[in-house]
Design a protein around this ligand. Sequence first.
Ligand code: ZN
Length: 237
Amino acid sequence: MPTIRSQILEVIRDAYPETFEGLGTSKPLGESIFSGRTPHPNEVLNLFVQQKLTSALPMAYYMATRRGLNSLMDRRLPRNATLPLEILQSAMGGLMRLRELELNETHDLIFEQTGSRPCSASNCPSRAPTGPAALAAYHQVFDRIVGSSQLGTKVLQVPEFYEDLDGELRCIGPGICSGCVERWESKHAELRKKAWASLPGVFGLKDCCPSSLLSWTLTTGTLQRVLGGVGISGRLL
Ligand SMILES: [Zn+2]
């Protein structure tokens, strides 16, 4: 059944992209594409490692890692979702380095621009970077980017710097000018790219060159098993 097989591989490639450009912000990524029972991201990672799906590994590692240590090391998981020591170590090491990158870059995003040249908008709180209004805004930015990720990471996600207040779109830092928000957005876009490019390195995948899907050894049967035994949803096919 070569057609089903290539369709399934296409869907996997879409959900575990090989390039930054494949990382659409609105499309479903990772295990959420599977219909029926949604596999735990550890389970998908285990399978991809076993099957040497090297091109999908950076994303599979990221999907397992972003939920944090509790998810990586959850003792209640079934055997096929329990990570072997070597994979666990790579995943934890990668998580720590992604957290570090995320924190450092968020710090720079806020303070590098305020330090070198103050915002030119006359009433933007950023002009007084240590004033209460600016500090409140910066706190919100930190929170938006790294705060709620707890012990995991959200580094590939696009943060929302505006919120809807009764139909009115307002910046999460009250009074902050749109120029400042645009700078945050473009800096964060750079952070996402940098984080993406670092994935193979932080997860110790340096030596495994990206392989084409054509060289995957996965059988259709195995693919269907990981897809919950029933295949993938009709919408995706
Ligand atoms: Zn400003």
